[in-house]
Design a protein around this ligand. Structure first.
Ligand code: DLL
Length: 433
């Protein structure tokens, strides 16, 4: 059974007409209610009347994370604070967090879009969702929670952490689906194995994973260790939270962006110039229906490719390929650009390793140096030191051959890499200290 709304399968012409109407309304509102947008548009000499076609979005100024910080906490809200019923904030490693707000209607829209995601992932009313995204200022927990309830699934607000208790509830509540970061899914798989529980024998059948970059190899690992279909969910707090796009379980090949609510562009990271479909660049969103915190041309720093090819699920919304990484997570090692996900792909192909890794970067003199720490599988760790060294040397060669960068690889013992309970820390860059 395919369960999607008419809006997900609208013919492109009708979808684009709807987008244009909503874009015009959004720009008009932003111009008249948010000083930041009015000033930015005035500076470029653009008024809401300039938006006659969807392409005209390109005349509008970009919004960046620093603009949110400069207007901390509520300066970009487009409604009086009395109409805001929820705020979320993203932590950020330095300084003040970035704050976003929702009206009652925004909360409803959000719930409907996350319900749409869950439905695309294969959940149906009557399913049971174990929600292990963190509850709190982070949008993951409450976002998935409201979406689960909206779809009509029994939703357990488990949040992150208490890993052994999670395994107990996975057995006792018999959920058919789990939502958590991909790294936490593997953490759970490992904990279950240690407790002697075979997750693959439980009723669990679908995983809805996102909030951090992951690879096809990681998908394979999660699917085989948990015995589920693992589906990608995407979103960011500045644009709404989880639920901006989702993979369909039919194709599992890129995330349908819910284009009736978000206008998506892909632009050159350095120049900001819009790129045609099929080219890799930075993903940019304009919200089309948000009330409290509308956003115009938000530079996500997420790197991907937009693919307009028809999908076998019948949805007409464009697909965004799996995120390669964030432009600010890209490591430049002696002039070579390296995304942690590229390293992950290589590590995950080796059956003698565990899927727990961390990359460290140092500067020695004038040279950057990358060290990959990865756990060996329990059987590898029982082998003599030379066998482990051979595995490490092969990884060094593969990383050099496929990514073009020389590095050191340390095979670590089981449990030596910190386990994630939410977003995994993949890189420790000692150059930034
Ligand atoms: O991570 C929202 C979310 C919660 C998405 C739960 C999916 C599931 P932020 O904390 O604001 O919001 O972080 C947003 O996380 O710009 C991406 O860099 C990254 N990200 C989110 N989803 C994916 C994904 C939530 N599926 C930032 N693949 C985004 C890769 C992702 N990266």
């Amino acid at each position: 059974m395919i369960l999607h709304t008419d809006l997900e399968t609208l013919p492109r012409e009708e979808l684009e007409a709807l987008q244009l109407k909503r874009l015009q309304r959004t720009v008009e509102r932003c111009y008249h209610t948010v000083k930041f947008y009015r000033d930015a548009m005035d500076e470029l000499g653009v008024t809401p009347n300039h938006i006659k076609t969807l392409q005209d979005v390109r005349h509008l100024p970009y919004t960046k994370k620093e603009h949110l910080r400069e207007n901390y906490p509520f300066g970009l809200f487009a409604v009086p604070n009395e109409q805001v019923v929820r705020v979320h904030a993203s932590s950020g490693t330095t300084g003040k967090p970035t704050v976003v707000g929702y009206t009652k209607r925004d909360i409803n829209t959000w719930a409907q879009l996350v319900a749409r995601c869950l439905s695309a992932a294969g959940l149906r009313p009557g399913d049971r969702l174990h929600n292990a995204y963190g509850y709190g200022l982070f949008t993951g927990g409450l976002g998935l929670h409201y979406g689960g309830e909206e779809l009509g699934v029994m939703t357990t607000p488990m949040s992150g952490g208490q890993t052994q208790k999670q395994i107990m509830l996975l057995q006792d509540f018999a959920p058919t689906a789990i939502s958590c970061t991909p790294s936490y899914a593997l953490n759970l798989a490992e904990a279950a194995e240690e407790m002697g529980v075979d997750i693959r024998k439980l009723p669990l059948k679908i995983g809805v994973h996102g909030a951090e970059p992951w690879t096809e190899e990681m998908r394979y690992e999660i699917e085989s260790r948990l015995g589920i279909d693992a589906v990608d969910i995407y979103g960011l707090s500045e644009v709404m939270g989880p639920g901006v796009g989702n993979e369909c379980i039919e194709a599992k090949n890129g995330l349908h962006i819910w284009e009736d609510h978000f206008l998506v562009e892909c632009v050159d990271v350095d120049t900001g110039k819009p790129l045609p479909y099929g080219e890799e660049g930075e993903i940019v969103f304009t919200s089309l229906t948000k009330e409290a915190f509308p956003i115009i041309r938000y530079r996500t720093r997420d790197i991907s490719v937009l693919d307009p090819a028809p999908c076998k699920c019948g949805r007409t919304h464009v697909r965004m390929r799996r995120i390669t990484g964030r432009s600010d997570d890209m490591l430049i090692i002696r002039g070579v650009n390296v995304f942690p996900s590229q390293v992950e792909s290589i590590l995950m192909q080796s059956e003698t390793l565990s899927p727990f890794y961390q990359i460290e970067v140092y500067r020695e003199g004038n040279l950057d140096h990358m060290v990959v720490n990865v756990e060996g599988s329990p059987p590898l760790m029982e082998q003599p030191e030379e066998t482990q060294q051979r595995v490490a040397q092969k990884l060094v060669r593969d990383i050099k051959d496929f990514i073009g960068v020389s590095c050191n690889v340390n095979i670590k013992g089981v449990g030596d890499i910190p386990r994630s309970e939410g977003k995994a820390v993949r890189v420790i860059d000692h150059r930034k200290k």
